[in-house]
Each structure stands twice: as C-alpha cells, then as structure tokens.
Design a protein around this ligand. Structure first.
Ligand code: ZN
Length: 311
C-alpha cells in the first residue's frame, strides 16, 4: 500500500510484458482433449470438430457468422456512470475494466447490432462471457434497453444471446436494478407485438437467468449449456445431496419443460431465420439469396463498426 507497490511496480511490469503474444495456432478441446487447428475451429464456429463440444465464441464472431454476408450495424449504447461505488477488491474496478477491454478488444460485456439474417431484418444482442464473466452491470442494462428500443422503432424482432455469471458485484445494487429495467425493456417488445427470442449459451446464470434471459417468446439453448440461478455446487452444498446427471444442463431443462429447443450452433442461423420469419408473418426464406459468410469474412475487426452506427 505504498508508492512503490501501487505505482512503480505495475509500471515496471507493464514495460516488461509488452512483448506481442505469438498467435496460438492450436487449441485443445475442453471436453475431449483433441488438439484442433485454430482455423479449423473458427471455420466451425468454435464447435469441436471431433466431439461437437461448444466452446466460447465472442459476440463479434457470432454476429459475423449470423448476419447475411457478415454485415451488421453496431448500435451505440448510452454510457453509464463509471465506477459509481468506487469499488475495490484486490484491484480497483476501473483497472479490472481496462484489463477486460484490453483482453477482449471490446468496450463492455454486450454487443448490440441491427442487420439481416436470410433477408429477415432483426436486432440482435450478444453477451460476452470472456468480459468479466459476462456480468450484468449498468452497461448491459443500457444495451438491452437500446436493443429493445431499436427493435420497436424499426418494428423488428429481437434475438438475444445470453452468457453470464450473474450480476456485476462491482456495481452492487445498481447491477441488481438491471433486472427490473431489462424486464421492462422486454415488456416494451411484447406491447409492440414483436417477438423476443433468447438463445441461452454456456453458462447463463444468476440474475441474468432471473430476468431477461428467461422471458423469451421462444427459448433456445446451445447443447450442454449450463443454465441456472444458483449453480450445482452451491445447491449440492446446501441440500447435501448428489444432483442427478446433467442437472441444469440444456438437455435436462428441455426435458423438464424449461426450454423450447436445444440447437447446435452450426444450425442456429437457419433456425432463427425460420422462427423470426414465422413469427413476423413473413413468407418462408428463399434459400440462396445470399451466400453464407465464408471463412475469410470471419476475421474479427474489433470496434471497426463503432463509429458508423450511431443513429
Ligand atoms: Zn472435443
């Protein structure tokens, strides 16, 4: 807690850690342990080519694969107050934010965009689990409200991809207030008669499951996604009983009536096109209007679309 530890040491560390990290060409599937070439994984939407395990995918990569030709307009999200509680654990909250922004090349834990899927105009929002556990703070609340308002303004369905460890503790009660705020945003869509489709991805937990992630007209999940309010470990410790196999996983929840569909990520785009067109009373999609994005379109371009989308 002095000048040397707080100021000098981080400076020295940052000078010595400035080397560029070499691009890792191989990664290991978390489930079956197969070594996979990075190009092979990204071409397959981060689904293991050996066992079908769904690995993490960033919102930007997801949108590049989702929208026709990989083209979408990123929506501006109103900036909330930064660090309202001056929260500090081992690190200051602003420092944690900076580290997350640097690692993800994204501003916050949610990306909102408008575009077309199979020539069907939609608004989409996707949460980024790699950004501070996809935690729901004021920015995420603002992002969902901005997405819902844009959907109502344009008369389009809203498709939301959830992934979260819950509320952002660094924002305390203000993060919990996003639960009613986002619920009101979903209600706006319902009053406008517009579909709200939720795609639950691994993991969706805590306050997010207790609000906007469970309010969809259609609830879809990716295979084997953990979807819960309190996690299995907490429940096991509380009730002191072994939980059944696959408890709180997508397939288990589908069997028990909590979900409508469990869909492979590689088929998600087609399924969303069918569902959104059906719910909007449109004719079935004409296949082959636009080719699906090729692998060369899947390169992430961090923040490239930030500027040209403010409407
Ligand atoms: Zn695998």
């Amino acid at each position: 807690m002095n000048w040397i530890t707080n100021y000098v040491r981080p400076r020295i560390n940052s000078i010595f850690s400035r080397r560029e990290v070499p691009e890792n060409l191989w990664s290991k599937c978390d489930d079956c342990g197969t070594m996979l070439f990075h190009r092979e994984i990204s071409d397959n939407l981060n689904v293991c080519t050996n066992c079908g395990h769904h690995m993490h995918i960033t919102p930007r990569d997801r949108f590049l694969a989702l929208f026709d030709g990989g083209v979408f307009n990123e929506l501006a999200v109103p900036e909330p107050l930064a660090d309202p509680l001056h929260f500090r654990d081992q690190k200051r909250y602003p420092d944690r934010m900076k580290a997350a922004q640097k690692a993800s090349h994204e501003k916050e834990a949610m990306l909102v965009a408008a575009g077309e899927i199979g020539r069907t105009p939609i608004v989409a929002a996707a949460q980024d689990f790699s950004f501070m556990g996809g935690s729901m703070g004021m920015y995420v609340g603002n992002a969902i409200i901005a997405a819902a308002q844009e959907a109502v303004k344009l008369g389009r369905p809203l498709v939301l991809f959830s992934a979260a460890g819950g509320a952002r503790m660094q924002e305390g009660i203000l993060s919990l207030m996003q639960m009613p705020r986002t619920t009101v945003a979903v209600q706006m869509l319902k009053e406008a008669g517009l579909p709200y489709i939720v795609v639950l991805t691994h993991p969706t937990t805590g306050g997010v499951t207790a609000s906007y992630a469970m309010l969809g007209d259609v609830q879809i999940a990716e295979p084997n996604a953990l979807i819960c309010f309190a996690g299995p470990r907490v429940i096991e410790q509380t009730i002191r009983e072994k939980l059944p196999e696959g408890f709180q996983r997508a397939e288990y929840l589908l069997e028990h009536g909590m979900l409508d569909r469990v869909t492979d990520r590689r088929k998600m785009r087609e399924e969303l096109i069918v569902i959104t067109r059906m719910l909007m009373g449109m004719s079935p999609a004409t296949w082959g209007d636009l080719p699906p994005p090729g692998p060369e379109d899947l390169k992430p371009e961090p923040n490239a679309a930030l500027d040209d989308t403010a409407k």
